[in-house]
Design a protein around this ligand. Structure first.
Ligand code: KG4
Ligand code: ZN
Length: 335
């Protein structure tokens, strides 16, 4: 069975052709450069950029996979959450292909794509804990099975990736900010600048990142010279603070599950921020002590991509949880 998958929910235009034997026949991810000079994604520019490139990379994906459109058995695309313009471009395009080819269309939830991504390359033991760390979301799920996800905590304001992006912009570095901050941090002193831990006294599983960003913007305002040493120190201090918050929430999640007699053997880190090696190491230290295995998807499934959408589609087809052509794109789609 061949699946044609499309992802256009933010600033990556991506197409993947994957089969039910887990073989990725082609996978193209086009990261829109157009937003770099703005330090963040401009929705209207994103929609137009998707429109401009989607047909071209779809043809390229078919060529690379050496298949034609009539060989495709199922079409799927991200239908939410995300930027509505991008969702409409990707889904309308994919629905039209499905109608033309007289084949089914399966709408996929972007968050579910991220959550299921580590099930592609790991032997999974349900239930597992999942930290979804992206530019739009910071959430903790208890993944009970495919299609059964319990949200146990989330950010009350900015998403974690958004915080990385905003701090990068504040110190005059590029977008996306996560990789820039991680690089600068390697040369900085993580104990040089003290930053607030929002919700420190809160023992629930929710996050808040906007206070750290405000604190950093005040520090920068009062600073005369923003030299490289300062950028490195600030980046390292920010990254350390964020990692400490995650560590605390990881421990609290384990306590929460323990209180309900739920035993987990795996913790998944998914989404763009899961690429951060420093954060990974912090999770690793706790996991080793608690005898829990960290699972992460392959690198190409961390940031937004169509491979995880195609994979989620295959998982949903397997349990017959599929919707149809009339599914309405939703920027705030819940899981
Ligand atoms: O999952 P993703 O590609 O898109 C969304 O669904 O939002 O995540 C993008 C986010 C961006 O905010 C980016 O700065 C962040 O992931 N990111 C990182 C790293 N690589 C990407 N954050 C921290 N460290 C990284 N190495
Ligand atoms: Zn994403």
């Amino acid at each position: 069975m061949l699946v044609f998958a499309v992802e256009t929910s933010c600033d990556e235009t991506s197409v993947c052709i994957i089969n039910n034997s887990k073989t990725i026949l082609s996978h193209i991810v086009y990261s829109q450069e157009e937003h770099r000079k703005f330090g963040g994604v401009i929705p209207e520019i994103a929609s137009r950029a998707h429109l401009k490139i989607l047909q071209k990379i779809s043809i390229q994906a078919l060529n690379e996979a050496k298949v034609s459109i009539s060989d495709i058995d199922i079409f799927c695309s991200t239908c939410g959450p995300g930027l509505i313009g991008g969702l409409l471009v990707g889904s309308t395009f994919t629905k039209a292909l499905a109608i033309g080819a007289k084949k089914p269309f399966v709408p996929i939830n972007h968050l579910e794509g991220h959550i299921l991504s580590p099930t592609f390359n790991n032997d999974i033991e349900f239930p597992f804990l999942c930290f979804l760390l992206t530019g739009g979301h910071t959430q903790i799920y208890l993944v009970k099975s495919i299609n059964n996800y319990q949200l146990i905590g989330e950010s009350l304001d900015d998403a974690i990736g958004e915080a990385f992006d905003k701090v990068s912009k504040l110190i005059g570095m590029g977008y996306p900010g996560g990789p820039e901050i991680e690089k600068l941090s390697e040369h900085g002193n993580e104990n040089s600048i003290s930053l607030p831990h929002p919700l420190k006294k809160n023992n629930d599983l929710n996050f808040s990142f906007s206070g750290i960003k405000t604190a950093i913007s005040l520090i920068i305002k009062n600073k005369n010279i923003i030299d490289n040493e300062f950028k490195c120190n600030l980046s390292a201090s920010f990254q350390k603070t964020v990692a400490e918050i995650l560590e605390k929430k990881f421990l609290l999640s384990l306590k929460f599950l323990n209180n309900q007699n739920i035993n987990i053997k795996q913790v998944a880190l998914v989404g763009g921020v899961a690429a951060n090696k420093y954060i990974y190491k912090k999770f690793k230290n706790i996991s080793l002590k608690k005898n829990i295995r960290i699972i992460i998807p392959p690198n190409y499934m961390l940031s937004d991509n169509a491979a995880m959408i195609g994979w989620a589609c295959l998982k949903k087809i397997a349990i017959k949880k599929i919707d149809d052509l009339y599914f309405k794109e939703n920027p705030r789609l819940l899981i």
